[in-house]
Design a protein around this ligand. Sequence first.
Ligand SMILES: Cc1cc2nc3c(=O)[nH]c(=O)nc-3n(C[C@H](O)[C@H](O)[C@H](O)COP(=O)(O)OP(=O)(O)OC[C@H]3O[C@@H](n4cnc5c(N)ncnc54)[C@H](O)[C@@H]3O)c2cc1C
Length: 351
Amino acid sequence: MRAPDFIVVGGGLLGLLTARALAREGARVALYDKGEPGREASWAGGGILAPLHPWRCPPRLWRLVVRSRGLYPRLAEELREETGIDPEWTPSGLLVLDPEPEEAERALAWAREHGEELRPVEGAELRELEPGLGPGHVHGLWLPWVAQIRNPRLLKALLRSLHRLGVEIRAGEPVVALALEGGRVTGVRTPQGLRPAGAVIVTAGAWTPLIRPLEDLPIRPVRGQMLLLRARPGALRRILLQGDRYLVPRRDGRVLAGSTVEEAGYDKSTDPGAAEALRAFAAGLVPALAGAPLERHWAGLRPRAEGGEPFIGPHPGLRSLYLCAGHFRTGVASGLGSADALVEQLAAATA
Ligand SMILES: Cc1cc2nc3c(=O)[nH]c(=O)nc-3n(C[C@H](O)[C@H](O)[C@H](O)COP(=O)(O)OP(=O)(O)OC[C@H]3O[C@@H](n4cnc5c(N)ncnc54)[C@H](O)[C@@H]3O)c2cc1C
């Protein structure tokens, strides 16, 4: 059988988006995942389509968020039509609660400089934006443009789209090493043998440095625990952020409460202490959530790149190797723009 033009290593959001964009341009693509595609960080995340504190976002990453922001509504619509799965792109808006004065100043200055809508709200206006809010919260910042996507559904829809596009999906086949000839990558090595390809794109998230010879790539796992509460639809309307914890209301009334930020290596276990803290956080913001049944508690591993910016583009030392990894807490928000930028670079390199 002819070797594919591209092997994509890792079926998280970055891998699925990249594979889809390449396949839509007519390339032959094979995607390898060590387990089931779409079940790691991209599944575990909250689906907020903005950095939690946009004013702290490095400029290059912010540009990818803006690029993604412009593309998500169309992608969601396309996938809904193509696959019957609605990823529920929803412009909920984000309310940042109780920011410190310096933080609010910094946010407002950033918004002025970038021409982004962001303004202080308090009193009746705050309650009108979020009627479920508890009495202790009197001021906030309002970012109406922040949307969310139901990430597990987005992944499911993308996978279905890849099947339709004829992408070869090799689930449960981990890539242990890159195949090298001189300084060029000629394919990948899995426990099943050598798999040749025209070029290889590594989108293996937090596990990227476990693939030989990428051990020196400075990406490490950072665990995040999350709760899913079952509330009645409308109990919460907006995405709420306080400090670096948040609540995300889904359309069916479910509410995500997240998340912890823990250095725990590749350990994805959860602990009752974190569940208790997240539950108390949720009830502290929205009292109606105090009695909401806990439906699920899980953890995911965010890929944190040293320096705060993901690696996107050709590998500096190995030819025919491309990277798209290290998106830490902003991989959904910046993922679509990242994949788009990478595929643009690939097209330029092969033109
Ligand atoms: C709790 C939590 C909340 C989050 N909330 C948000 C949010 O609201 N907004 C946002 O923008 N971001 C959020 N994030 C971050 C976001 O989820 C990540 O940045 C993003 O999902 C990373 O995508 P990825 O495709 O790089 O990695 P992953 O989704 O982890 O995918 C990597 C894939 O590679 C596969 N793989 C790994 N090694 C190999 C190998 N050797 N061979 C084959 N396959 C391999 C894995 O099995 C996996 O399927 C959150 C993350 C967590 C954990």
